[in-house]
Design a protein around this ligand. Structure first.
Ligand SMILES: [Zn+2]
Length: 419
């Protein structure tokens, strides 16, 4: 296959001549932002899978080159929607970053999702995401990158459950692509390779179904809260030597008291939708906690994980372990347990890495999700109910153990691989 004229990345009138082995034909593409338009469309379906990837590689390279971001971190992305349309986007300058959240960047994927939703509504889902990025390294390479935590969360909602993700290293678009279908993470993808994976691999489900036992424990605890029978009289503080049962009791107490404080007379289910608590342990052994309470008017509150991470950060120690519990009467009734959104974990992880130069290196963070309970259950029982993860289970990216990570915020998040 030959990509002629692919270097001209202006937003209209760019032509690509595709020559497959069997047949030669001309396929035109142009960008009428936010759409990527092919003519004639049916020629697309005639391409082999490899030629198709090669074509998207060429378009992404051309588009990436054409937009005016004078930053080392440039990403272009194409989404194929399940109704057969193509959208294209790139990232924006660092100064468009939200001052509210330093981790919110004007990412290519975010722009794609907004464009799709604005144009078609939210029922249309992404079937395949093609992306080319990220940071150009000193030797001129720009290895493939993956969506940031916030984009991963948003993409999961905006995509089909089985959506494919193809991430290309930046090139001029003419080099034949080398496809890696087997890598577990970006660290396994060799220089010059393109990684094809799928959305579920990039994001653990953050809604887990509780076991029958977990369901029972949570429902009975909820009934106790609703009836006012759940009394936590012990003044729980968190000492450094707190056991998991102490941490559990602490979180239950915090959640219940926060919920009760906001509970209106009558049914409490309308004023506060959920309360969340996270406890983090830092490398010096100290424990810190964060809370968030989500009601109809409080959607923008930071996650408990973020609050806990910010608190621990004041002491400049990396985070080694985290426990999270959520009190959500609706979820308890449904028998599900929420884990963390990926972006909240990204925050925790970045906080961990921030000071790692000056601290003993922490290879991973242990994360425990505990179903809401009465706060009085024994350690063995608690261990049976907890769901445990390592960062490796959650991030299939360079955030995983990336000792080269520096800082956060600004353009591209700093590590050059995951934007
Ligand atoms: Zn992003």
């Amino acid at each position: 296959m030959d990509l002629a004229h692919a270097g001209n990345g202006h937003r209209k009138g760019t032509y690509v001549i595709v020559a497959s082995r069997e047949k030669q034909y001309e396929l035109a593409w142009r960008v009428e932002w936010p759409r990527l338009i092919f003519e004639p469309t049916e020629h697309l379906t005639k391409l082999s899978e490899q030629d198709r990837l090669q074509l998207f590689n060429g378009i992404l390279a051309s588009y990436r080159k054409s937009f005016e971001v004078e930053e080392a971190f440039k990403v272009s992305a194409i989404a194929l929607t399940d109704d057969g349309d193509y959208f294209i986007a790139h990232n924006l300058r660092a100064e468009y970053d939200s001052p509210v959240n330093p981790f919110r960047r004007a990412c290519a994927e975010d722009n794609l999702i907004r464009a799709i939703h604005h144009t078609k509504g939210e029922k249309v889902k992404i079937e395949t995401l093609y992306m080319m990025g990220g940071r150009t390294e000193a030797n001129g390479d720009a290895p493939p990158c993956l969506p940031c935590g916030m984009c991963t969360d948003a993409l999961c909602k905006a995509s089909r459950r089985d959506a494919q993700v193809v991430t290309f290293p930046a090139s001029d678009g003419t080099v034949p692509i080398k496809l890696n279908l087997d890598a577990h993470s970006l660290s396994d993808v060799k220089a010059g390779e393109t990684w094809q994976t799928h959305m579920p691999h990039l994001n653990i489900d953050y809604e887990l179904t509780l076991s029958a036992a977990g369901r029972d424990v949570s429902k009975r605890a909820l009934q106790s809260v609703e009836s006012g029978k759940l009394k936590l009289t012990k003044a729980n503080g968190l000492e450094e030597d707190a056991s998991v049962t102490d941490i559990n009791a602490f979180m239950v107490k915090k959640l219940v008291s926060a919920y009760r404080a906001r509970k209106p007379t009558g049914s409490g289910l309308h004023n506060v939708e959920k309360v969340r608590c996270a406890v983090v342990r830092t490398a010096d052994g100290a424990l810190h906690y964060g809370m968030d309470m989500i009601g109809p008017d409080e959607r923008s509150m930071p996650f408990a994980e973020q609050t806990a991470a910010v608190r621990s950060d004041e002491l400049m120690k990396p985070i080694t372990e985290m426990w999270v519990m959520e009190f959500d009467p609706y979820d308890i009734a449904r028998g599900v347990l929420h884990t963390s959104p990926k972006w909240a974990l990204e925050t925790v992880y970045k906080r961990k890495m921030k000071e790692s130069e000056a601290q003993p290196v922490v290879d991973s963070i242990k994360i425990h999700y505990i179903p809401f309970n009465s706060g009085k259950i024994q350690e063995q029982r608690l261990n049976e109910l907890m769901r445990n993860y390592d960062m490796e289970d959650i991030f299939t990216s360079q955030y995983k153990g990336n000792k080269g990570y520096r800082g956060y915020g600004g353009n591209g998040g700093g590590d050059g691989r995951v934007h």
